[in-house]
Write a protein that binds this ligand. Sequence first.
Ligand SMILES: [Zn+2]
Length: 101
Amino acid sequence: MASNWYKSFMAERGVDVGSHKPEKAQPGPAMDFENMRDNGVRSLKVTCVKCYKVSVVNMDGFDERLTLKSFEPKMVCRSCGHKGADVRPNWAEKRTRPFPL
Ligand SMILES: [Zn+2]
């Protein structure tokens, strides 16, 4: 929630905070490997939609313009052989920063 000082601060700069309407979450552009690498992630977390087996797949060497979605129908589960998986960036890989104490 915007406080009053924030509203006037922003109004001075031509931004009417009060008129902001909540927007529906819009799917952004499909994530590709370039975007993923910019986020510090180099591997995919692939989850079988049938048996939920999770695999982490390193994607170094793949074209950075390929989207993650384009891999979903091509992934074949090593466990049950099902074709088609949920593909996401392996965000766990990003947690390399030491926990701040
Ligand atoms: Zn499976």
